[in-house]
Design a protein around this ligand. Sequence first.
Ligand SMILES: [Ca+2]
Ligand SMILES: [Ca+2]
Length: 493
Amino acid sequence: MSWIDFPISDKRSWARGAMLLAVVVSAASCGGGGGSYTMPPATPPPGADVEAPAVVVSAPANFASGIPAGMLTFSATATDNVGVASVEFQVDGVAVGAAQTSAPYAVSVDTNAYASGQHVLRVRARDAAGNQSGWTSVTVSFGGSRTQPAGFTRNANYIIGLNAATAFAQAPDGRIFVAQQGGAMRVVDNNGVLLPTPFMTLTVDSNGERGLLGVAFHPNFAVNQLVYAYYTTASGGTHNRVSRFTANGDVVVPNNEAILVDLPALSATNHNGGAIHFGADGKLYVAVGDNANGANSQSLATPLGKLLRFNDDGTIPGDNPFCTTQGNPACAVWAYGLRNPFTFAVQPGTGRIHINDVGEGTWEEINLGAAGANYGWPNTEGPTAAAGITGPLLAYRHSATNPPGTGPGGFFTGCAITGGAFYPESGPFPAAYRGSYFYADLCTAFVARLDLANDNATYAFGAVSGNPVDMLVADDGALLVLTRGNIVRFSSP
Ligand SMILES: [Ca+2]
Ligand SMILES: [Ca+2]
């Protein structure tokens, strides 16, 4: 890779890019006729200290669980060839206390400030010459039943009275549309009132996991009033369908459904997928389950078990990764090897996609969306290094490891990953929460945070009652969790 195409927009590469630039400039100034030039390593003055300290967490123990409410002593042991100057302490990537400059190195952590569940405690040491260790950490679980961090408000009854909700989306004007499995699309107005009259009521097959499963607004909704829905219809043989509707205020324009995509006939009533969102590229992404037949997920001859990508009118973009002949089902495939991607999310600004794939008996997955990626199902599930397979960013188990907390996913367990929302880089949540990815589990009803800035470590953020099915960050910066019956609102001043 030449220095010219070095990705200097990548912040992590900035320092290296600058260094390479310096090498090129100095080589050119030598007047040498090309050839490679390697910068000699900087030679420290004789006797200088170039050795970083070593540091470990001494308490609490790695994988300690049920840590009681109250003050926790968080301590570290640090050594250095010359002398330790300071030790820094973090909980979930946020400094706690000032850096400690003399042994014993310890701070107090008020566990009441954190939601119950998993947290990651990190330490790092520095010497007088400025040499710094890396962060070392322990993963622990705080006991109790705290349902949000200190400083956050959880309103469990922000919206009540939904009936078998499956998905929701917020319009640019602030209204929230909620899909109910039985076919009704409900509207929460800008006063936070669930309107009694649905936006529309579709005739659906709602057996098992079928029904009205997805809703999205066109990126230009403010002008064109277009609303998209994913639902199971019995018309012409039971199958899932994506249609486009036009809004007239809080109700649909009658008789104007535009059927965009009719997916293959269903046999099973489960694994329907159903999430739909517009990407940053203006394309409509549609998550489709494998219809309880894993072989579908690896076959490019069927749209089942895939993340599909369409133009806003339902036609297929010619630049999809497997599109060679329009009309071939492979044309619509953007990524494959998925089992039941019930939810996925698009990061504002960047367009990064996280696909939440509901697993079988052992694992739940968060996958980083990529054109052409194969996420492995049914040949692999959970963490994998298999050739040609894109392993998950995060996987958590259905049952605890022995001892609990060890292995991928740590202390988090569940039955089906649902929801998922990127918190923007700005907003009322404290800085450490911004840029994080939030997700939830249908059965254990935790709300967790994936820390994209810290190697995808994951922490407990909160919990809800009921069964979470979807999640979004509202335009006021609150995190909303949709359960089958309610919308729960987490806010921070
Ligand atoms: Ca040293
Ligand atoms: Ca997988």
